[in-house]
Design a protein around this ligand. Sequence first.
Ligand SMILES: Nc1ncnc2c1ncn2[C@@H]1O[C@H](COP(=O)(O)OP(=O)(O)OP(=O)(O)O)[C@@H](O)[C@H]1O
Ligand SMILES: [Mg+2]
Length: 355
Amino acid sequence: MAAIALDRLTKVYPGGVNALDAVGLDIADGEFFALLGPSGCGKTTLLRTIAGLEEATGGSVLIGGENVTALPPGRRDVAMVFQDYALFPHMTVSDNIAYPLRIKKVPGGERRAKAAGTAGELGLSALLTRRPGQLSGGQQQRVALARAMACHPRAFLLDEPLSNLDARMRLEARTFLKRLQRELRVTCVFVTHDQAEALALADRIAVMEDGRVRQVGSPAEVFRRPANTFVASFIGSTPMNLLDGEATGDGTVAVGGARVPGGPGAAGLAAGEKVVYGVRPEYLEYRTEPAEGALSGEITVVENLGSAQLVTLDGPAGSVQVVVDEDTEVPLTTTGWAVPRRDRVLLYRDGELVA
Ligand SMILES: Nc1ncnc2c1ncn2[C@@H]1O[C@H](COP(=O)(O)OP(=O)(O)OP(=O)(O)O)[C@@H](O)[C@H]1O
Ligand SMILES: [Mg+2]
């Protein structure tokens, strides 16, 4: 088990794609760390560069305090689990799990015993003689994990390991992975483009955009105080409302003709400063009548979220989404109002959070 430190890690692919742009990260020993970001932002490249499967163009990778930047993958002592699991179809579960031990020239008997032990920890004992084609997606995922665990690596690097599972299995596998990581206390770097998965699993999250890290923090930090509008729009199962506004100087913000509460950030702003007004749909209170500090609009869309409804108001401020409880009647085409929760309002100036 080991900490991982990245310093100004840069990767330029042949052809000039700048996939990693001076990435700096300190991942603690035993931490469950998520790399989150949209497709193409460099998550896989970052993981592969840590593993040594890609050569860094600049910067360094330290694992357990040792500079491994120039070491081949086999000498970095980390295990990578790929998105498609990359199991050998012609080998049994037992042989798949034991494969890395065979590469390390561990004798046959010891190899099988270790594979059986790891399989037991992951609830795979009954499946040892099957081949990958005879397993469900979730079982294949566990075999891939078992194969990674069998050599007791210093860190696990997981590239979207849940993305091949259906929604239900994915939730189960997520809980399983979290429990396993707790028990093993092994450093885990976990790649996902699913913000809910990152929030649920990680001790800390790095949110990436275009090869750069835009914010690092605990799930609560990146959810409550996204450092910039990119992170604000990316985190949250219903996207944050980000509306054009102007500070008034008296603690409120003018948004589409309404004066709405400016929240903690408003104190530091002068009258007339342009801001982006951020408030999550969960932190707006729906009203059927005009109210002080409310945004208004015509109710144009009502989406059923199960235990709540997501209502879209189209008004002078643009489109505003509000979460409304399941029992409230929300009649389409009538006017609705939404009052922001003062302590949950976030203001952004030039894209960055106003502290
Ligand atoms: N071998 C390669 N040669 C050239 N460019 C590449 C190569 N691999 C990746 N890239 C480019 O580098 C950037 C980062 O790719 P990467 O695969 O790391 O993204 P990602 O965040 O993992 O995306 P996804 O969520 O789709 O898996 C992309 O612009 C991609 O097109
Ligand atoms: Mg990827």
